[in-house]
Design a protein around this ligand. Structure first.
Ligand SMILES: [Cu+2]
Length: 188
């Protein structure tokens, strides 16, 4: 039995050899099972800063020529005092803002910079997710592809700054595919 699985920091895994019995199951099926078993923890990555737990920062693959991208993550605050996410950065972006997206009663989506940051209540959680709060990477220096990661930082009012990595998921991924339209307003 000789199976060698290698996972790059990007989360991409390769399986170099199979035991003959694996062929009976179908190599594709076995590969998928192995990738799921081995790589799943990498996709669900997280970071810690004091009482704050940052869960799974992610972004989407960018279309050709894109000038903006969004970042999403969850923040859990195990401490006794509220904190606020006040700034962020990404190595792919010339400029980064924290935005809030909302839909008015006519169904029109608007997005604006959040003033004062996103609060993470004591003992509570804040989610930056499609259709809501998000990190806006602007003036992109380059595009990103599904499966890669890029570095960034998050700065909190009290806890300070932490280095994180954003995992790039599929272009249409996440629960808010409509958001791309809202981001068009940032073009250029
Ligand atoms: Cu935005």
């Amino acid at each position: 039995m000789s199976i060698s699985i290698r996972c790059a920091a990007s989360g991409a895994c390769s399986v170099s050899r199979f035991h003959p019995s694996a062929r009976r199951l179908g190599i594709a099926g076995v590969t998928l099972m192995l990738l799921f078993a081995i790589c799943q923890p990498l996709f669900a990555h997280g970071f810690k800063l004091g009482d704050l737990e940052i869960g799974h920062p992610w972004s989407r693959a960018t279309p050709q020529g894109a000038k903006v991208a969004a970042g999403y993550l969850t923040i859990r605050n195990g401490g006794a005092a509220a904190d606020r996410l006040v700034a962020a950065s990404g190595e792919i972006a010339g400029k980064t803002e924290i935005h809030e997206m909302s839909v008015d009663d006519k169904g029109v989506m608007t997005m604006r910079p959040v003033t004062g940051g996103v609060e993470i209540p004591a003992g509570g959680e804040a989610a930056l997710k499609p259709g809501s709060f998000h990190i806006m990477f602007m003036d992109l220096k380059r595009g990103v592809k599904e499966g890669e990661r890029f570095k960034g930082t998050l700065t909190f009012e009290k806890a300070g700054t932490v280095d994180v990595e954003f995992a790039v998921e599929a272009m249409g991924g996440g629960s808010g595919g409509q958001e791309a339209g809202g981001h068009g307003g940032h073009g250029g």
